[in-house]
Design a protein around this ligand. Structure first.
Ligand SMILES: [Zn+2]
Length: 211
């Protein structure tokens, strides 16, 4: 799923909480967006492993939520929502596609790494790949509550994230092909800095030869 889809999923939670505690409306919205996107910052490293914790985020988010309810401040509420959005993101990656750059080919058995289980969870592929039509449709539906509840800068941000989602969905497949084309022609020192999962794509399609 796209990082923006995860942000919108977090915003559903924020849209539910904001009417209950209007004084924290902006805090919960910002925390939901940041927490929804945060795990994907490991994109450049061990993606869906370094910052993805499908089990452990919940173990931290639950007491953080209790604290936020008991002592509601901007910091406690923001932290709880951030952790809940990150937890939701990590768990829902399990329902998406595999880790391969061309996820629609469904060749990878790695959806997200569970540190608790000490293994990769297999992709369920309810959403076949990030930027898939069903991913964009899901993003649009999940964005609706935030568009209704929030206004001003938050609503503008949601609209901007939706625009980014549409643009990404449109270029997702050409982008993967362009990346492949570039990698095949990149100098060795560039290729050596690229994460292995991208190189696997070239290895598979070109019999292990990287010129
Ligand atoms: Zn992710």
């Amino acid at each position: 799923m796209m990082a923006t889809t995860h942000a919108f999923a977090g915003l559903v939670l924020a849209a539910l909480l904001a009417p209950l505690a209007p004084q924290f409306a902006v805090v919960v919205a910002v925390a939901a967006i940041l927490g929804g996107i945060f795990p994907d910052l490991d994109l450049v490293g061990a993606h869906r492993r370094t910052l993805h914790f499908p089990v452990y985020y919940w173990l931290v988010a639950t007491p953080a939520s209790v604290v936020a309810v008991a002592v509601p401040t901007a910091a406690t509420v923001g932290l709880a929502v951030f952790l809940l959005a990150a937890a939701l993101h990590s768990l829902s990656d399990y329902l998406g596609g595999g880790l391969e750059p061309k996820s629609w080919q469904a060749t990878s058995e790695r959806a997200v790494y569970s540190h608790y289980h000490d293994r990769w969870l297999e992709p369920r592929r309810w959403v076949r790949y990030d930027g898939a039509p069903e991913d964009l449709a899901l993003a649009a539906v999940l964005a609706l509550p935030a568009l209704v509840v929030f206004e001003g800068t938050i609503r503008t941000t949601v609209v901007a994230l939706l625009a980014v989602s549409i643009g990404y969905a449109l270029i997702r497949k050409p982008l993967a092909s362009a990346g492949e084309w570039l990698l095949e022609r990149a100098p060795d020192h560039v290729v050596s800095a690229v994460p292995d999962r991208f190189l696997a794509m070239i290895d598979e399609e070109h019999d292990g030869r990287i010129d």
